[in-house]
Design a binder for this molecule. Sequence first.
Ligand SMILES: Cc1cc2nc3c(=O)[nH]c(=O)nc-3n(C[C@H](O)[C@H](O)[C@H](O)COP(=O)(O)OP(=O)(O)OC[C@H]3O[C@@H](n4cnc5c(N)ncnc54)[C@H](O)[C@@H]3O)c2cc1C
Length: 377
Amino acid sequence: MASRYDVIVVGVGGMGSAACYQLAQRGQRVLGLERFDIGHTNGSSHGVTRIIRLAYFESPVYVPMLRRAFELWRETGDRFGEPLLITTGGIDASPEGDRVFTGSLESCRAHDLPHEVLTGAEVNRRFPGYRLPATHRAVFQPDGGMVLSERAIVAHVTMATAAGAEIHTREKVLEWQPIAGGGVRVVTDRGGYEAGRLILSAGGWISDFVPALEAIAVPERQVVGWFRPSAPEKFAPGAFPVSVVAVDEGLFYLLPVYGIPGLKLGRYHHLHEHGHADALSHGVTGADEEALRACLAPYLPEANGPVVKLQSCMFTVTPDEHFIIDTMPGNDDVIVASPCSGHGYKFASVVGEILADLAVGGSSRFDLSTFSLSRFA
Ligand SMILES: Cc1cc2nc3c(=O)[nH]c(=O)nc-3n(C[C@H](O)[C@H](O)[C@H](O)COP(=O)(O)OP(=O)(O)OC[C@H]3O[C@@H](n4cnc5c(N)ncnc54)[C@H](O)[C@@H]3O)c2cc1C
């Protein structure tokens, strides 16, 4: 007889760990199944930090969820006894007509967010690590900062298990099936379990469980670098804001020195390498480093020092770069959660709450229509 739970969560990474925490808090019998360890480097959530920002060039529809994400990161950090959010202010900079500047400004205006509009020259004066083109335009939003993504997974799992959740690591889910009359059965490489509801939060592996997503939620290899600055004081959290910067060389994201002694940066979509999550290379090459230095040399010359660390990671990218958060068509017992396209981690706190709301009550107070599966039909 298989053990029976209220909810099974497949994948205990960024989103799954938050869902386990939220569900266990509500007294749900929850089982989280993770094929690797708690905190590993094969998925999408490692690398110490992630950018969080209220100004959202991707679309103003994210802002209400972001407000709640900020609240939850603070509350969860307080409960865990470690800050999970560090405020640095945020810069979104690009040529004037580019969506990074225009979209960021639109979201600030639509939601009445405190912000300043700066030229590139003003950014360079205020944050002297920068040498942006003087005619660039930037939005500075003071709430931007970093979420400590690796610690947040540990926090969520620690508090989920303290509240009664079972978390199984090194247990690979092989398949799930609906049970006639309601509920689901989950088969792993160690056994079988049943539950009333199933949350699929398997990151880059989501299409292993929802084959229709194979060409829709596509794993993409990324590489992030940490580079030792010659003037470290210009790249410390008090002096350098988290940033998204569009330049001729690509769209880059940057985070101040924290945890690893180097300025952290990556290029969205990196070298455009796609494939099954198990097939993407975890190694790093000179071409990876070169792609990142293309931003450092002209725009952040004092951070263009020796490599401290290069690390591969994985995006799961949808065609419109919006998330997937929805119930499975024809089966409300199964919830699909793929909030990525390179910008999902900051939402993990609120996504955990949304997934718990969907699993327990069948609805969310947020408008999730942008994240529906039916938009791909
Ligand atoms: C380099 C990089 C930089 C990023 N920067 C930012 C940023 O600055 N800000 C931001 O908001 N977002 C950012 N993102 C995106 C963000 O990190 C992701 O959206 C987020 O980590 C996705 O979390 P997840 O829970 O979906 O995936 P994961 O954390 O990878 O979790 C999925 C889990 O499912 C498990 N799993 C898969 N298959 C199975 C199976 N068969 N059985 C059991 N377990 C399974 C995996 O092992 C994994 O632990 C970045 C991503 C990358 C790669």
